[in-house]
Design a protein around this ligand. Structure first.
Ligand code: AR6
Length: 188
């Protein structure tokens, strides 16, 4: 159960932390931590395609053919159907691989969050669920990633006041939730 310290209000929008599986979230859009190919993978990406069904992959293949023949750049985002998921849309974004921190990782990670929120605004999607982008297979240290993630989302909620009702971070483990909780405490 989400406790009081797991949510803050920023410019009228709720920024919330929950522990769970992102594919269970009933929101306007769930966010996929994808890779540039948009053709699937493990982690969150695998779970979203498994549960959402083939319609998501078909649309990703079409996006590759028509708009991103060389792949979706790191830090960018595109929206597709959510297939059979209990969400209206999936927004696929590509976070950076961790190379030690000196390769622009923080800016690329912030860009992945900002680009995702930009796609959501374009479609009037007001409730979103993010996973912890880049902190699994891509190896970004979660303490640093949590500060970047919450900082970028909080800034966007302020700049685009009125655009969102709730942005939720869905952390897979209790340990990950605890890290994000500490980052949220430092933010507020
Ligand atoms: N719900 C919520 N969080 C999850 C779920 C889930 N169902 N499954 C895993 N996580 P990752 P990345 C957490 O590896 O680091 C893929 O192969 C997980 O514990 O999914 O951005 C893509 O195709 C971790 O905390 O994403 C790319 O190739 C977080 O989600 C690559 O991995 C992110 O882990 C992207 O790597």
């Amino acid at each position: 159960m989400a406790m009081a310290q797991d949510a803050v209000t920023i410019a009228g929008a709720t920024l919330r932390l929950v522990q769970g599986d992102i594919t269970d979230q009933h929101v306007d859009a769930i966010v996929n931590a994808a890779n540039s190919t948009l053709l699937g993978g493990g982690g969150v990406d695998g779970a979203i395609h498994r549960r959402g069904g083939p319609a998501i992959l078909e649309e990703c293949q079409e996006i590759r053919r028509t708009r991103y023949p060389d792949g979706l750049p790191t830090g960018d985002a595109v929206a597709t159907t959510a297939g059979r998921l209990p969400a209206r849309r999936v927004i696929h974004t590509v976070g950076p691989r961790w190379h030690g921190g000196g390769a622009g990782e923080a800016e690329l990670l912030a860009s992945a969050y900002r680009s995702t929120l930009a796609r959501a605004r374009e479609e009037g999607l007001r409730t979103l669920a993010f996973p912890s982008i880049s902190t699994g297979a891509y190896g970004y240290p979660i303490e640093a990633a949590a500060r970047v993630a919450l900082g970028a989302v909080a800034d966007e909620l302020r700049v685009h006041a009125g655009a969102f009702d709730e942005v939720r971070f869905v952390l897979f483990s209790a340990a990950d939730l605890a890290v994000y909780r500490e980052a949220l405490r430092q933010l507020s």
